[in-house]
Design a protein around this ligand. Structure first.
Ligand SMILES: [Zn+2]
Length: 422
């Protein structure tokens, strides 16, 4: 049986490399990959191809999310008891429906995620491709050990030796990356100390795993970067980034992930955002959950004692993203979707909007969410850009996102592993 060949023709192509869009391009897809791509004049149309005429449409790479979570949430309730194969797979499908074709699950997984991931790698790609940190690291009594719904999820390392042993255990099980939380959450938790996180980073690298950190403060960011961290998985939210951090991040090629939508989601529901009734949002969220957001969560956020600090944190985060971008630091993409009221799929598009509001161009944002994130995750050879030989993970849009980043929501279709995903 010959492999199916699909040709997408007459498209505007944004390939993710950051170079100019190609008008009137053709992509030839087969076996889950891009067999050929370029200006129509230079692409020979294979006789056996099923030709899809996409005149007027724009094609961009599938979104690669460096910070997400799956499996733990049902409605607004977060609990590891919710973590089933069915629930995790449903969330990966939701991501894919919105054009998020790869996600990284950051340290709150059950072991069944490995089965799903391994099936994907054998060719059964029914939702966003997932990379996992399995269970992340904190210290005894550290964040988020007693945060709602994640009790017992983080591994509470008491010593460097214990942390190294646990990194080995994760690597043996097949984790893709290592995650750690370095945050005292406004002095309400213990913070993972440098002596332990340095050991985690070093051991992760010995085992060929990238090290990601949740952090909040500039001083921790500096110390983590100097300890060899690969990816900063949240914005620095307590202070403006400085030249010392910028120089260290550039020297070590550290990737920065802003998760701005996560920041805004900590207070926005008090203001009854109009998008809760937007059809693009509602297609991925059930009515009961939306109702709970509009009532229970709205009331809770209106009275949140951390409201002002959260608003200030987003403001600092947006300034820092612009400053780091202009300085030439590697900017990746991540939303921190998956926990309650941080809606997988919709939030990735909102994240792109907030990145543009921070001062980045749509082209910079699209490159962050494709090429740079793939490279940061160590999968740039096979994913991220729409080039010959790479995975055929892409979004077909009815309008051009380079004109307006909101056009990433104007989805015509999503192709995942070369097939129209529905
Ligand atoms: Zn997270």
């Amino acid at each position: 049986l010959a492999a199916q060949v699909i040709a997408l023709k007459n498209v505007r192509l944004i390939d993710g490399t950051g170079s100019r869009a190609i008008e009137n391009a053709t992509l030839v897809l087969t076996g889950g990959k891009i067999r050929n791509v370029g200006p129509a004049s230079r692409i020979k149309m294979p006789g056996e191809a099923e030709v899809v005429d996409l005149t007027g449409k724009t094609v961009m790479p599938g979104i690669i999310n460096l910070h997400g979570h799956v499996g733990m949430v049902k409605g607004l309730s977060q609990d590891m008891a919710n973590y089933t194969r069915e629930n995790a797979e449903a969330q990966l499908k939701t991501y894919a429906m919105y054009g998020v074709t790869t996600t990284t699950s950051m340290g709150t997984d059950a072991e069944v995620i490995l089965d799903i991931r391994d099936e994907q790698r054998r060719g059964k790609v029914n939702g966003a491709r997932v990379f996992t940190a399995l269970q992340g690291f904190t210290t005894v009594g550290g964040y988020p050990t007693h945060a709602p719904g994640v009790k017992g999820v983080a591994q509470e390392a008491a010593t460097a030796a214990q942390a190294r042993a646990w990194v080995n255990r994760l690597a043996d099980k097949g984790a893709d990356v290592v995650k750690m939380w370095v945050d005292d959450h406004h002095e309400t938790f213990e913070k993972l100390p440098p002596s332990i996180y340095s050991a985690i980073i070093e051991q992760a690298h010995k085992r060929g795993l990238l090290a990601f950190a949740h952090l909040y403060e500039l001083t921790d960011a500096k110390d983590l970067v100097n300890a060899g961290l690969d990816i900063i998985a949240h914005s620095i939210r307590d202070a403006e980034v400085d030249d010392q951090l910028i120089a260290a991040m550039k020297k070590n090629q550290v990737t920065y992930v802003a998760t701005l939508s996560r920041e805004q989601s900590t207070f926005v529901y008090a203001d009854s955002p109009a998008w809760l009734d937007d059809a693009f949002f509602r297609k991925g969220v059930d009515d009961a959950t939306v109702q709970a957001v509009k009532t229970t969560l709205k009331a809770k956020q209106a009275q949140d004692p951390e409201r002002e600090i959260n608003i200030r944190g987003l403001d600092i985060a947006m300034k820092n993203l612009k400053k780091l971008t202009d300085a030439g630091v590697r900017i990746g993409f991540g939303s921190d979707t998956g926990p309650p009221a941080r809606f997988s799929g919709y939030f990735e598009h909102w994240e792109m909007e907030l990145m543009v509001k921070s001062g980045l161009t749509p082209a910079q944002v699209i490159t962050a969410a494709s090429k740079t994130s793939a490279e940061a995750l160590g999968i740039g050879k096979d994913f991220g850009t729409l080039e010959k030989g790479k995975a055929a993970d892409l979004i077909v849009l009815n309008s051009n996102p380079l004109d307006n980043i909101l056009n990433t929501r104007d989805i015509h279709s999503v192709y995942l592993a070369g097939r129209n995903f529905e």
